[in-house]
Design a binder for this molecule. Structure first.
Ligand code: GBH
Length: 473
């Protein structure tokens, strides 16, 4: 084996959080149960041709009615934490505090009580992409009133559940919300009509509001809840690593760096260092001016906002799956996030495949990107909040590719911790069970447990990897 692939033996720190993750829209179902409002994913998935096979989350894994079954799986995995998200419209049907849906809150109370009863600590995400449709109808994340709406929602959640929850994630993968949801449009809210297609402006406006919303939720917790509830709050940022396609070519080396600056940096630079990074500021300004625009398409934070946003973290939440090869690419005058980034990406043909076109098995650079975060953002506490692999096709319980993936990625994280001093406090597998993989539907399966969808009781069946994950810790 090459040196970087040889396993290291050892352990993570005392009290390390071993976890597994899900997200509300991907598993809950109960899309209209007990007064829940509609989310942008309900609407998107009910629009023909938006989701593979026209699948939707109406039933999903029916977790809304299967707390015991879900907790049983977690016990079998021997995890000490469980990461799940709250459906905003299940608690606030129209997105505002005008009406609080007690039945929705009770679902989360019952789930959390069932977890705590078996010593599993909840890690709760406030926003994993299912915005109340009523808020989308007034502009969603593009309207800056969302910042206050999100803070009010966080207030309801902290005040109701905060006695029992000590680990909060404000927003999952703001990159996806901004660029996939409002740029490419292949996730909700998506682009419905051509005039909505503003891939060089909408993502930046949305990101701006996401960052402010996160900061306001963090401050709210810090000022009003931390002293009595004693939890921690952070944001979860996702990024691939990027290698230069030609490692001897400076413009490819720069392109690889831009991939990370435009993905991690977009959000982490404001939250950890204050303000956007120079690479994004300069490129977007120059390209906006070159197109004759009067100002940069990247919004600016005022000095007060920079101060308010900087330092709004108790840890760095990080989701990671794969690596790309990057090369410099000139998109001419196109006003688009991709063109601002100015990068083309490919995969190395030697990398192992998964069930997802974008996901290749590239464990060594997990260690590299963890080191990048350590160096770039002042050696923060890091919780790995997602990492995992998919397959396609019929039931495959003998998922050795997943065992291989977890073994190797976790070992690279261990090297980052033991050899490089990266302050990793937790690891989370994505995902507990096969679920609605967003726009690709149920066909892409990331689960440790298989769900037999042709049986109406939706039985959860452990794959080999589930048994294996229980022994890794
Ligand atoms: C995470 O996103 C999510 O947090 C989680 O909910 C999801 O189920 C999981 O990972 C697995 O995907 O089809 O070429 O447009 C990971 C980042 C970004 C990966 C969007 C898939 C689509 C690529 N995802 N990407 S493409």
């Amino acid at each position: 084996l090459p040196e970087e692939e040889k396993p290291l033996y050892g352990n993570f720190c005392e009290g390390f959080a071993w976890s597994v993750a899900t997200a509300s829209y991907q598993i809950e179902g109960g899309w209209r149960a007990d007064g829940k409002g509609l989310s942008i994913w309900d609407k998107f998935a009910h629009t023909p041709l938006k989701v593979g096979n026209d699948d939707n989350g109406d039933v999903a894994c029916d977790s809304y009615h299967k707390i015991n079954e879900d907790v049983d799986m977690l016990r079998r995995l021997k995890v000490n934490h469980y990461r799940f998200s709250i459906s905003w419209p299940r608690i606030l049907p129209d997105g505002t505090t005008r009406k609080i849906n007690e039945a929705g809150l009770n679902y989360y109370h019952h789930l959390i009580d069932a977890l705590l009863a078996v010593n599993i600590k909840p890690q709760v995400t406030l926003y994993h992409w299912d915005l109340p449709q009523a808020l989308q109808d007034v502009g969603g994340w593009e309207n800056d009133t969302i910042v206050k709406r999100f803070r009010d929602y966080a207030d309801v959640v902290f005040s109701n559940l905060g006695e029992k929850v000590k680990f909060w994630i404000t927003i999952n993968e703001p990159y996806n919300v901004a660029n996939i949801g409002h740029g490419y449009g292949t996730a909700a809210p998506g682009t419905v009509i051509i005039k909505d297609f503003r891939p060089g402006t909408a993502p930046y406006i949305v990101a701006h509001n996401l960052i402010k919303a996160h900061a306001e939720a963090w401050h709210l917790y810090n000022d009003r809840y931390r002293a009595k509830q004693g939890g921690i709050v952070g944001i979860t940022i996702n990024s691939d690593w990027a290698l230069p396609r030609n490692p001897y070519k400076q413009e490819d080396i720069d392109a690889a760096r831009r991939v990370v600056e435009f993905q991690i940096g977009w959000f982490a630079h404001p939250v950890f260092n204050g303000d956007y990074n120079k690479v994004m500021k300069n490129r977007i300004r120059e390209r906006s001016f070159a197109a004759g625009l009067p100002k940069s398409r990247l919004p600016e934070f005022t000095p007060e906002e920079v101060k308010r946003i900087k330092g709004t973290y108790d840890y760095f939440g990080f989701n990671h799956y794969t690596t790309v090869l990057a090369f410099n690419m000139d998109y001419k005058n196109l006003q688009h996030y991709d063109a601002d980034r100015g990068v083309g990406t490919i995969h190395d043909r030697s990398w192992l495949d998964s069930g997802s076109a974008w996901l290749k098995v590239t464990p060594p650079w997990f260690r590299t990107i963890l080191n990048f975060i350590k160096e770039e953002y002042g050696n923060p506490i890091i919780y790995i909040t997602e990492n995992g692999i998919s397959e396609r096709g019929n039931m495959n319980l003998n998922d050795i590719h997943r065992i291989h993936y977890y073994e190797n990625y976790i070992n690279q994280a261990l090297k980052a911790y033991l050899l490089d001093g990266v302050d990793i406090r937790g690891y989370t597998a994505w995902t507990l069970m096969d679920n609605l993989e967003w726009a690709t539907g149920f066909a892409e399966k990331f689960g440790l447990f298989y769900i037999n969808r042709s049986d109406p009781s939706l039985p959860r069946i452990p794959k080999q990897s589930a048994t294996h994950y229980a022994t890794i810790k």
